[in-house]
Design a protein around this ligand. Structure first.
Ligand code: SAH
Length: 378
């Protein structure tokens, strides 16, 4: 991890421009609709239906979000079409990068003043974006920065997608040296609990995977939806006929500790959430990713590794250990490396495939659990 340039994009931005008190949903955008819906909207506007496809090809096919650059649209109608189908959803507040530009975090202001963040991560063989599904989060996990401020509101399908389309455009411009130019992976691991915004998130997943110009044409297998463990929503997702990866933020193998670390556990216990995860694995054939932040002297004891190993042995599961990332005011630290290694060893001994996640973007507060979007003052 090296340089930390802060790239101001919107120097005139806030100054006293506090987020509005009443969060509200944004205007409709073409990304909220499927192609047929977009064509119907164009017709409603008194335009030929093919305009919908033209706009969609710019937006999803060429990653052009600015209507001014859509010069094949007649100037007379461009403004009206743009207002009705491509309203500005995300206003950049700032972008930060580290890892020599391979990790970039974008901070956005939404139309109602809410703030959200997204992260782009370039690797030699792939480009991944981590996107937000809600402004804030209502799940209140005490070790996660996003959980501390509570939930502001759900994002619309288009607000979710516009983050990916913007960052796909950044990648396509060749800005991430040493990585492919084409966005390949999307993880719903930014701000918010995706399964608490179920229908909009599922619509966004469908559009990420629909071929252009309906959507971005990504593979379903390259999409990961991460959840604290909303059991009914996991079961519903299993029935959607989508082969996306489910990531379950477990963090503790026992109810006593998980009740504290992931408060929703007070509603759905470890056994219930794992049952739902195995049902997801059975129905989709996809390996479930078990997320486990390693917190010093809290959840990293050898006996917890053994208990976790017993719960997961023989299941279609993979454990992703995440060294705890620092968050403001937190009383917790990451586990020491030898403790982490012993945890991994015990899980593997139990026959459970386990890796330690490479945590990207710590210096720009862009790593897991650090997205807080609190930095309005520039
Ligand atoms: N609400 C969803 C999506 C957020 S994903 C979920 O919880 O799964 C963010 C991931 O980072 C989750 O696994 C979360 O538990 C984890 N995380 C949160 N705070 C963290 C921190 N301080 N250090 C490491 N991982 C953290």
């Amino acid at each position: 991890m090296t340089s930390l340039p802060v790239i101001p994009i919107s120097p005139k931005a806030p100054a006293g421009d506090a987020p509005s008190r009443r969060a509200s949903m944004p205007p409709r955008h073409l990304a909220d609709l499927d192609l047929a819906g977009r064509a119907a909207l164009a017709t409603e506007l008194g335009e030929p239906a093919f305009r919908a496809k033209q706009l969609s090809t710019h937006y999803f096919g060429r990653l052009v979000r600015d209507p001014e650059r859509m010069t094949d649209l007649p100037a007379a109608t461009r403004g009206r079409l743009a207002e009705a189908m491509l309203p500005t959803l995300l206003t950049p507040v700032r972008e930060q990068s580290c890892d020599d530009g391979a990790t970039r975090k974008a901070l956005w202001r939404l139309h109602d003043g809410s703030l959200v963040e997204s992260v782009l991560m370039g690797y030699p063989d792939r480009v991944t974006v981590c996107i937000s599904s809600q402004a804030g989060c209502g799940m209140a996990c005490p070790f996660c920065a996003t959980g501390q401020a509570g939930l502001t509101r759900n994002l619309s399908t288009a607000e979710i997608l516009d983050q990916a389309v913007y960052l796909a455009g950044v990648a396509a411009s060749g800005a991430v040296a040493g990585s492919p130019a084409r966005l390949s992976h999307v993880v719903f691991m930014g701000m918010g609990e995706p399964l608490a915004n179920y229908s909009r998130v599922v619509a966004a997943v469908r559009r990420l995977c629909a071929p252009a110009p309906e959507g971005l044409g990504l593979s379903q297998r390259h999409i990961t939806v991460s959840t604290v463990g909303l059991v009914p929503a996991i079961r519903r997702l299993a029935g959607e006929d989508l082969s996306v990866t489910l990531a379950l933020s477990l963090h503790a193998p026992d109810d006593d500790l998980r009740d504290e670390l992931v408060p929703v556990n007070q509603r759905w216990k470890v056994a219930e959430v794992l049952d739902a995860a195995w049902d997801y694995a059975d129905r989709t054939g996809r390996r479930v990713s078990i997320e486990y932040a390693m917190i010093k002297d809290v959840n990293d004891q050898p006996w917890r590794a053994d208990l976790l190993g017993r719960l997961l042995a023989g299941r279609l599961a993979h454990v992703n250990l995440i060294p705890l990332n620092p968050t403001p005011g937190s009383r917790w630290d990451a586990s020491p490396k030898p403790v982490e290694r012993e945890f991994v060893r015990r899980l593997r001994e139990a026959g459970v495939s386990t890796t330690v996640r490479d945590t990207r973007g710590r210096e720009i507060d862009g790593a897991c659990g650090q997205l807080a979007a609190a930095e309005v003052a520039m």
